[in-house]
Design a protein around this ligand. Sequence first.
Ligand code: NZQ
Ligand code: ZN
Length: 391
Amino acid sequence: MDNFTFCAPTYFAFGKGQEAETGRLVKRFGGTRVLLHYGGGSIKSNGVYDAVTAALRDEGIEYMELGGVKPNPRSGLIREGIELCRREKLDFILAVGGGSVIDSAKAIAMGVHYDGDFWELIKDRKIPENILPVGVVLTIPASGSEGSSNCVITSEEDGKKWGSGKADSLRPKFAVMNPCFTFSLPPYQTACGITDMMAHILERYFTNTPDVEVTDRICEALLKTLIEEAPKVLKDPEDYGARANIMWCGMLAHNNIAGVGRVQDWASHQIEHELSARFDVAHGAGLAVILPAWMEYALEHSSPQRFVQFAVRVCGLEQDFAHPERTARLGIACFRNFAASIGMPTTLGELGIQDSDIPAMIDNRRDRGFPFGGFVEIDEKAMEEILRLAL
Ligand code: NZQ
Ligand code: ZN
């Protein structure tokens, strides 16, 4: 196990009715004038908006609204948010939504006291000293941004979808997590979220760092939980217990408790970001396609041992000691079948992406640099091969 530091100071208020605490939590973390940031309107039709604004009013907290965050959040609205915070002297950002809203809020928070354009911060992975505090009311478990230390933003000007630098100061101050708020999620969004969580765990699980048994076991527990709970929520979207387990899994999958002390991979995320930048696909759906293709490529270019461990401990398959590659391949098939069983695409074609689109995606990646990937190194040729495997 490698040396590490771990500081994840987000305060979580989890469970039914916890949204009533929102106003008190904003105050506790220093907010007096709030930017209420949200997406395309789901919070208005499912009652979340009314509950949260009531909680703010109960504490006499003033707020101004900026809705309209799109999935794969865009730079234009972030600039609008920065201007609004500066003009109205807002001192706290409350993100009510999912990863896109939270990430947009984090980017605004970084930009308000920064002299230049916020995109310079993302581009150069710089974290300014003075960041506005961000609080979250989570409505879709998926990105883990409610506990994570970065954000991912799409620049409308040049079609890049890039992650910011990482810093504990970018972790939200608090996150209100009421599983009932996720009852209204359509099955596709539910499945995208579950796939994203699994990807966050697998990007950490595939490592060459030895002696990481404790984090391996955390990863395996989270993966098994998701595999068991997913069909329950797809059958009954109001299954509170299953929604609750999935919601907490999403946070644990990505606040890095499952990834400390090891070199992590993240190649599938890097490749997926080129899909969502160019074709605006849902992040989880893109991962459902890329991750198994990456696994196939990685198996060819590494020892099968990690894949066998995944197949046996997570998928419950029997180990073929004479032919470890066979067990490894069955594990990959198990992941792909699971993704398909919850309604995810498994080929680029299903996302409307063709052979002829591959060069442009590789080209767009060049500015962020090659190679990448901590388990198996991915250069341009490898990225092309993975995209072809995904066709
Ligand atoms: O916009 P509204 O109307 O709210 O609808 C949203 C959106 O269309 C809808 N939705 C959310 N909660 C709902 C709901 N619909 C009904 N009922 C509810 N309770 O779901 C759609 C997707 O929302 P979005 O926020 O885009 O989803 P997600 O949480 O998956 O976030 C995806 C973004 O997070 C980034 C992704 O790249 C992507 O841009 N990520 C951020 C990470 C981080 N900061 O740590 C890590 C991740 O790997 C990921 O890259
Ligand atoms: Zn992700």
